[in-house]
Write a protein that binds this ligand. Structure first.
Ligand code: SAM
Length: 246
């Protein structure tokens, strides 16, 4: 039944209805403006609809799945089916919630894209491969959580066994819930420089900050430069960034 699914689009469909219900139970309110990334054949969508969204945009790259979605949802005028690559889709509409069983191969690009939205959604409910979720939740800083942590608080909800998917993937998944911070740690105009700055630091993460930032005249009394970037807090990283980005 699932042999038509495409590996190149990360198509591992969730077959366990209890788990689908459990994910959708995380939706906090009715009548939200929602985007679902990668609806597949609409199995999660069916349950999202129980929350009577104000608007539900489905963004699905695979044109072969569009007729299935059309025939399932053509009567629902709250649903818009968009056959596009999420990475090319201009995320400019006002959205309260993005929900998705994400295509695992582009999870990190999608997260970065959401963080770079002019007005990121108040809430995200996203499913990742377990190891990817662990990187996001890691107490130590990494290239991924140092960006997302500027915008969202992340809560670990539950793991999902790989046996709940078809075809069965290699590893289990984890559902995370993201709540937008009241005040972002970075201003919009700092974002691109910060991304470049942290990319440089994390690509040499074994070196101390002292070595990496030797060209800047940083005050050793103010910053603990003997540490590696993964051993400082996000607030400290942003302080250092602001000091060198003057
Ligand atoms: N929502 C279904 C479920 O929960 O079973 C399917 C989830 S499956 C893991 C990922 C879905 O994302 C697939 O339907 C796939 O075609 C779609 N997808 C993959 N890459 C995409 C992209 N770049 N833009 C939009 N959708 C994409």
């Amino acid at each position: 039944m699932y042999e038509f699914l495409k590996k190149k689009y990360g198509q591992n469909f969730l077959i366990d209805k209890n788990i689908i219900r459990k994910i959708c139970n995380l939706i906090s309110a009715k009548h939200l403006n929602i985007i679902e990334i990668g609806p597949g054949d609409g199995r999660l969508t069916d349950y999202i609809l129980k929350y009577q969204p104000q608007q539900l945009n489905l963004i699905e790259i695979d044109e072969d799945l569009i007729p299935i979605l059309n025939s399932k949802f053509f009567k629902n005028d709250k649903i818009k089916i968009i056959n596009e690559d999420i990475l090319n889709y201009p995320l400019i509409e006002k959205v309260d919630l993005i929900i998705s069983n994400l295509p695992y191969n582009i999870s990190s690009q999608i997260l970065a894209k959401i963080c770079l939205m002019r007005d990121p959604p108040a809430s995200l409910i996203l499913m990742f491969q377990k190891e990817f979720a662990e990187r996001l939740l890691n107490k130590n800083l990494n290239s991924l959580n140092s960006l997302v942590g500027c915008f969202y608080d992340i809560k670990n909800n539950f793991n999902i066994s790989k046996n709940c998917f078809r075809p069965i993937p290699k590893i289990d998944s984890t559902v995370l819930q993201f709540t937008r911070k009241k005040k972002f740690l970075l201003n919009n105009n700092e974002l691109n420089h910060f991304i470049e700055f942290k990319r440089n630091l994390f690509s040499h993460k074994r070196k101390t900050l002292k070595k990496l930032l030797k060209n800047y005249n940083l005050d050793p009394a103010k910053f603990d430069l003997g540490k590696r970037v993964e051993d400082i807090s996000l607030n400290q990283l942003i302080e250092i960034f602001r000091e060198v980005n003057l």
